[in-house]
Design a protein. Sequence first.
Lengths: 345, 345
Amino acid sequence: MTLHSEIFEQPERLGQLLSAQRKTVETIAQAIRARDVQYAFLAARGTSDNAGRYANYLWGAMNGIPLALAAPSLFTYYQQPPKLRGALVVGISQSGQSPDIVSVLAEGRRQGCPTLAITNAPESPLAAAADFVLDIQAGPERAVAATKTYTAELMAIAMLSAALASSEARWQELSQVPAWAEQALKTDAAIGQAAQRYRYMQQCVVLGRGYNYATDFEWALKLKELTCVEAEPYSSADFQHGPIAMVGGGFPVFSVAPEGKIFDSMLRMLGHLRNDLSAELVVISNAPQALALAQIPIPIPANIPEWLTPLVCILPAQLFAYHLTLAKGYDAETPRTIHKVTETH
Amino acid sequence: MTLHSEIFEQPERLGQLLSAQRKTVETIAQAIRARDVQYAFLAARGTSDNAGRYANYLWGAMNGIPLALAAPSLFTYYQQPPKLRGALVVGISQSGQSPDIVSVLAEGRRQGCPTLAITNAPESPLAAAADFVLDIQAGPERAVAATKTYTAELMAIAMLSAALASSEARWQELSQVPAWAEQALKTDAAIGQAAQRYRYMQQCVVLGRGYNYATDFEWALKLKELTCVEAEPYSSADFQHGPIAMVGGGFPVFSVAPEGKIFDSMLRMLGHLRNDLSAELVVISNAPQALALAQIPIPIPANIPEWLTPLVCILPAQLFAYHLTLAKGYDAETPRTIHKVTETH
């Protein structure tokens, strides 16, 4: 039950992170603003890479900061790192141990760039290589599948965005996340029932876009890691121009479609999938029209600002992956497909 | 037979592109050098996005230019584009028609950045939105699956790298690509035989890393589009720390493993997959040790500099996807899963 209880720790952990680290984040933001940062250069793998997808949208939209993804092997095998002038070099890693992520930060520092580690291990090699350390304070994560460290990484990314924007309104919105998260977890029993329906599902697609492109990838990753379902994540934009052709009657499409700027386009696609293609829909949303289209509607609280929906939408997605794991007779604590620390060189 | 003949056009098209466009590329490189470019900001989708993966490694390693990937919906739905100061804004699109790719270049120009279109359609909206146009001159692509426009995009990316480095040695190496490509296509009949073996394959993984991370993704994309096989691409680094657990006896692993800086790590993984896990290996390589490990070894010419191996390795991969399409009884000319022009907004 470690995984299930870690999923349920999230509202409290997020609240603690928000209050304990706000000052640190504001100090970091001030130091970053004092440097002439033109873009962020990010190194991350797996779940942390999905957190990076959130940063790509949020920092881009709210803070005007474009994000480049490091190709770690340029720093290790090839030893031909790019010139990082103008970059804020960011490493995201729960364990802070991955040597190739550490090497990207070390090179950033060598080139004189400001470096930031977002990690659950403030004594780790990653933290040691960074000028600034944002401790996500998720507590020890004992389940092999990452859940609370993912949402804590999202929270850290969101806090930094609010601090860089010096926006009290955004901090105010952030303060409501723990309560929304608490409410989203009330879907637990219903999801436990609904997951039974997918006992023999072997393949599905997961759709999201914009801020929830991250949720899309993280939901698919949890399904792959825990349930061995071939869950393929797609941007709904890419999906509609090709892979949608694989959708026949009953084909399972999981979707993250909260209200926001891209909702109308998501709703059109969901309507087409259900009404024209007879797809099977599992939909996480706070919009009645989207939920009404789904065989399995998963409601989240209303009125969450779009930029914060990824912190809430992922919770029922984690619960879904957890319950489907049990329904399929697998062990949620020791999935055979993942290791906790990625020691890639 | 359109697809097959377009695959075979590639050596000649690449040679023509190299000679016809060198001057233009050098002029563009000079103009880029005159601007204070700190990183490249890239917009692309599908096959062109895979060409972008090549640029990420090549421009990073050879030219010191980091690459950021645009999130096109920030430019369209959200209308909150990031600040692009210091960026060379690049759009790659065969058709030059995708409105969201065009909108990224238009915004780059609005912000005063140098903008570059790499396209097969020099009269397209994408070209019209760019300061510099690199016409990849692949000729009309009639098959729905992109082949010759992909290698032409890679060639354009490689030519720009050589021009930015002002390296005559690199131009010399580039001039040998058409001959290497010609030789690589001689595997056609053998691949036609070998593909029979995978008539009933439903799932496989494709592995690559470094420069051939692009080949990895493009091979998987061609398999998905044409043969409906669930072909999942992985960086060999990510693969060994998790998904490798799905490999049991006979599980098909396709791999791109030419000689170069990451070859030793690829060879270790291939040895483990074959000797310890009894995987089924299809390997594209010019290293006898790697080929010896494969049930289906696909040789490419020896002594290709690693940075140019993606332009050669993809050819037998395209042939493999083509022949497997026929072996499975599908129509290679009108695959049901893709459209030629992506009109994403």
